[in-house]
Design a protein around this ligand. Structure first.
Ligand SMILES: Cc1cc2nc3c(=O)[nH]c(=O)nc-3n(C[C@H](O)[C@H](O)[C@H](O)COP(=O)(O)OP(=O)(O)OC[C@H]3O[C@@H](n4cnc5c(N)ncnc54)[C@H](O)[C@@H]3O)c2cc1C
Length: 504
């Protein structure tokens, strides 16, 4: 039996971080900078979590995030280590940010250039130009509250939540983003183009708070970037920053249990039985999984409550390489399907696999030829689908669904695709559950709806166990790379100074 009441003090207090997603990596760096000895444990064989990389047949595929916004959040982490981000990673600003292709074949290119955007909007509906400008102004107000005031502050106290309510009421954050955008724009295609952003973080635009309208302002001010070599290069750079601080990265290390004694976290037990002691434990594992599987049954996050909670949609991702290049296809294309609201209902509420789909098509070789052999293109196409609380048998559905998407791409933007695919790989909701230990196989953990944000989300400091902290998509402020990096910044407010453990 291990005596968990006594942590061996090997010099500096020890912090264990479970998970090397962006949230875990940022937490490791922040704790390292504070003076903790840090060990990061991840069940995968590389850092990045959802931002891992697949290499296959000479192609390199970013598995997850491709759109890098708010680069200043990364820069802070390099600054903490006395390094310059530019010496480690090349961030390439993209313009336009992305192209939205509607079912009728029209395309809207979206960028930060006001003149260009006025002309783009006018092509769809000249009457919407003034509304678009007012929408941007509203987006700025959302940013001032939702980002500046809320994103990197802990919402573990009901008092702080109550303090935010007047701002939330003033900005009518109880409206959905679709409803807010519809108040400014008449053209249905433009309404879709400026309301889909919550899907990037697992939210349904028909009920995600209008506060997520802040993303428009964030993109406009800080740009949309691509990390040369893939987003995973950012994860690799953060892992080496953590190691440079004296931290340890351990891959292939799955945590089975967070060990507690006297109501406080004292370490972790790995699936192979190894026990590691710690003064502080930070879980970057899926927040619902942490409460359901890694901790004893809790009071606030009981299994019953976790089952009742709403989870983000699942993701179907097809990574493929072609033996030709499709020069006309830009780096990021959002391909809207024939239905918007009803499709979202099928995905989030009815949880059935619809006949139609909306897609995001990633072509990194538009910016970075190193992602594919010469003369070839690397792609991934992503379709939001129901998470595992639906009743879809992915064993049988995945390949027909992939073929349907392939046929659609062939008929629209990638002519002759079927005969040009030379490498292929799928990621479906069961893979999210198996690979990332994601509750319900959700792409982005808890769905960000008004009753599941800020105080209503699992707090960044555990409500169940002392010395346990949570970062990542399932915690405040939520999913998306900027969100999870901000969740780690909140630890500076919550985790005591290492001296608290050494008595120094
Ligand atoms: C396909 C896709 C595209 C996306 N596109 C974008 C985008 O363009 N821009 C953007 O900002 N965001 C995007 N996102 C969202 C973004 O990637 C995520 O919200 C974010 O990366 C999640 O980070 P995280 O810190 O929560 O951890 P995760 O990336 O979820 O990593 C958690 C890690 O913990 C490990 N782990 C879990 N349990 C255990 C355990 N018990 N023991 C050990 N290890 C464990 C997991 O294996 C994983 O490696 C995308 C996501 C996906 C899936």
């Amino acid at each position: 039996m291990n005596d968990l009441s006594h942590t061996p003090q090997e010099g500096r207090p020890h912090a264990i971080v479970i998970g090397a997603g962006f949230g875990g990596l940022a937490a490791a760096i922040r704790l390292g900078a504070r003076g903790y000895r840090v060990t990061v444990l991840d069940k995968l064989d590389q850092p990045g979590g959802r931002a891992r990389i697949f290499r296959q047949d000479g192609f390199t595929f970013d598995a997850g995030p491709t759109i890098v916004t708010a680069p200043f959040l990364f820069e802070e982490l390099f600054d903490l280590c006395g390094e310059r981000m530019a010496d480690h990673v090349t961030l390439q600003p993209l313009t336009p940010f992305y192209t939205v292709r509607f079912h009728d074949g029209t395309e809207l290119r979206y960028s930060a250039d006001p003149e260009f955007m006025r002309a783009e909007i006018a092509r769809f509906n000249p009457d919407d130009v003034a509304g678009y400008e007012r929408l941007l102004e509203e987006s700025r107000r959302c940013y001032e509250i939702g980002f500046v005031k809320m994103v990197d502050r802990s919402f573990h106290s009901i008092g702080r939540m109550a303090g935010a309510v007047p701002d939330l009421l003033r900005t009518r954050a109880y409206r959905s983003i679709y409803s807010m955008v519809s108040g400014y724009l008449k053209d249905e295609r433009l309404r879709q183009a400026f309301s889909f952003h919550p899907l990037f973080i697992g939210g349904n635009p028909m009920r995600a708070s209008s506060m997520f309208g802040l993303i428009l302002h964030l993109e406009k001010e800080a740009g949309v970037h691509y990390a040369m070599g893939g987003t995973n290069t950012l994860a690799l750079a953060l892992a080496s920053l953590a190691e440079g601080q004296g931290g340890t990265m351990r891959y292939g290390a799955e945590v089975a249990e967070i060990l507690t004694a006297g109501g406080a976290a004292r370490g972790v037990k790995l699936v192979d039985g190894e026990t590691l002691f710690a003064d502080v434990v930070v879980s970057n594992a899926d927040a619902a999984w942490t409460h359901s599987k890694l901790l004893p049954p809790g009071r606030r996050w009981s299994e019953a409550k976790l089952r009742r909670a709403a989870y983000s949609m699942g993701l179907f991702v097809w990574y493929f390489g072609t033996d030709r290049q499709y020069e006309a296809v830009p780096h990021h294309t959002i391909m809207m399907g024939p239905r918007y609201g009803p499709l979202l209902k099928d995905i989030f509420d009815r949880r059935v696999l619809a006949e139609d789909f909306s897609l995001y098509l990633h072509r990194p070789t538009a910016t970075d030829p190193s992602m594919a052999p010469a003369g070839h293109d690397a792609f991934y196409v992503l379709s939001p689908v129901p998470n595992l609380s639906g009743n879809i048998d992915w064993e049988t559905e995945a390949e027909p669904y992939r073929r349907k998407i392939e046929a659609h791409l062939e008929a629209t933007v990638l002519p002759g695709l079927r005969d040009r695919v030379v490498t292929s790989r799928l990621l479906t909701p069961p893979d999210f559950e198996r690979d990332y230990l994601s509750y319900n196989g959700a792409g982005f953990s808890f769905e960000p709806q008004l009753t599941q944000i800020a105080w209503f989300r699992p707090h960044n400091v555990s409500e169940e166990v002392a010395n346990l902290y949570l970062v990542g998509a399932g915690t405040h402020p939520g999913a998306g790379v900027p969100g999870v990096i901000a969740s780690a910044k909140i630890l500076d407010e919550l985790v005591p100074d290492p001296a608290a453990f050494t008595g120094a």
